[in-house]
Ligand binder design. Sequence first.
Ligand code: DGY
Length: 310
Amino acid sequence: MQRAKSTLPRVYVTRKIPPEGLKILSQSGEVQYELWDSDNPVPRQELLKRVRGVDGLVCVLTEKIDAEVLDAAGPNLKVLSTMSVGFDHLSLDELKKRGIRVGYTPDVLTDAVAELTVALLLTTSRRLVEATHEAKTGGWGTWRTLWLCGYELANSTVGILGLGRIGIAIAERLMPFKVKKFIYTDVAPRPELASQIQAEYVSMEELAKQKLFSQMKNTAIFINTSRGGVVNQEDLYEALSTGQIAAAGLDVTTPEPLPTNHPLFTLKNCVILPHIASASYTTRNAMSALAANNLLAGLRGEPMPKELKL
Ligand code: DGY
């Protein structure tokens, strides 16, 4: 906890964010902040107590910022800065109603997330987790002609659900693997973005009408690095266990953490990561720094480097 002049705006930081952001807050001399100095989430009751009367709040994606937290904070709260690009943990209506400005951290994590998505795609398509397990546990008898065969990215079709910065970055990384075709779906066609990767639009309506997994080829691989809520996990389990699709790679699940006895963990063709897509030192520090700069700009009444339009 940093102590500073009592006239400075008070800020609560709900987690030990990476050092770049804390350095910016400390060196600014513009705020006095209190930190939940832990790698684990702040308990809800503690959060409700600590936010009382603050002018600014820095949070991460595990904190649900809803009417209860905002009421507990009270009318001084002017700025919320989340160290995440996702904002499904924020009640945007409640924030808007109270005139609280919101900062978030797009762009700085695009490379890290795209990289991890490609890694997850290669891991599942070439069955790397199964293969290392076999090598380590004695399953590697001799070289066999079709043992542990997977699917190549060369000549494949890659579909992107939600074409944004990250989708484009993934496609750019996949191009050298000789992918044959990119298709995408979104709330509306995004021709300017799509032209960067020569992707063809498939309407969301068309997609929603169909049961996605049952329409996929049995060689299809499903990757999710967005949010667990975009997929029905029971349907996914069914599709993977019956061979309706070949494999899945998930960096996000519902809930998080996914209980270790969850059926998806029993499947060899499902690789589950603990929400690490943005987890590189460079990116997490950049997110931390951006979150700090958003907060400071917001408290000064200036445009934030990355402000969410409410
Ligand atoms: C985000 O920022 O929303 C990611 O899910 C974690 O970096």
